[in-house]
Design a protein around this ligand. Structure first.
Ligand code: C5P
Length: 240
């Protein structure tokens, strides 16, 4: 299956709404402008806020990345993707390690949607090092495994992958210009790394080929989230 070739338009920053309650997430969203960013709802927030939260964020004008990293048998993942697309997700993700048939089923499930969500795959979790991979039977180093899974994702119809900014250049080279690269681990210069180990600045991530940057705490925990977002948008050099 050939993946759709994607040209990014609109805001490149996806604000990770990592809050424990829907109210807190909505309060942050109300401070942000949908013409300046997209938003991401992860497992914790979805577990508490559910599809209604996605609907409410959409009603505020936001594109929503529903980051649930589906990984199951093909039929189950296809059904989950269909449901998330019906909720109005702008972007969805699955685990590439679920394999070709799972990814193809996910992609096929989205075909009937007039405006289908972008479908991206997680390759190797950035929390995993070589020793962790060896323990689950993968002898290759993380970079080789990331590349293998990114190619498999592309060949299975995925629009792109979630990757570390440090991997972006390699994947851009091997997977082509229209392959979506979504990078977390982005930190503006002179800000705390928090628990992120392999970070890059917004400018470096874009220069390496990232289409979209997932940024959480540097915006959501900033004294002035709006100013922090504006500064990051400016640093990408792609401000609209
Ligand atoms: O606060 P911070 O900018 O570190 O948030 C990054 C977001 O990206 C979090 O929601 C985190 O779960 C997510 N993420 C990540 N690394 C990955 C995949 C997702 O940090 N490899």
């Amino acid at each position: 299956m050939t993946p759709a070739s994607h040209t990014p338009t609109g805001p490149r920053v996806i604000v990770a709404l990592d809050f424990a309650s829907a109210d807190a997430a909505l309060a942050m969203a109300r401070r942000l402008d949908p013409s300046s960013c997209r938003v991401k709802v992860g497992k914790e927030l979805f577990a508490t806020g559910g599809p209604l939260l996605v609907t409410r964020l959409r009603a505020m004008g936001f594109d929503v990345f529903v980051d649930l990293k589906f990984h199951d048998i093909p039929n189950t993942v296809a059904a989950a993707c269909r449901a998330a697309a019906a909720d109005g997700a702008w972007m969805l993700d699955v685990h590439a390690s679920g394999g070709r048939r799972m990814m193809e089923a996910a992609r096929e499930a989205l075909e009937p949607f007039r405006q289908r969500p972008l479908l991206v795959a997680v390759t190797v979790l950035t929390s995993m090092e070589a020793a962790d991979l060896a323990e689950v039977g993968v002898g290759d180093d993380p970079e080789a495994q990331v590349l293998r899974l990114a190619r498999l994702a592309r060949d299975s119809g995925m629009d792109g992958v979630v990757c570390s900014p440090r991997e972006a250049r390699l994947l851009r080279e091997h997977c082509g210009p229209g392959f979506v690269l979504v990078t977390p681990g982005v930190r503006p210069p002179q800000t705390a790394a928090d628990d992120q180990a392999r970070i890059a600045t917004p400018a470096d991530a874009i220069a390496a080929g990232a289409h979209y940057l997932v940024v959480g705490r540097p915006i959501t925990q900033a004294a002035d989230p709006v100013a922090a977002l504006a500064a990051i948008n400016q640093q990408t050099g792609l401000q609209r």
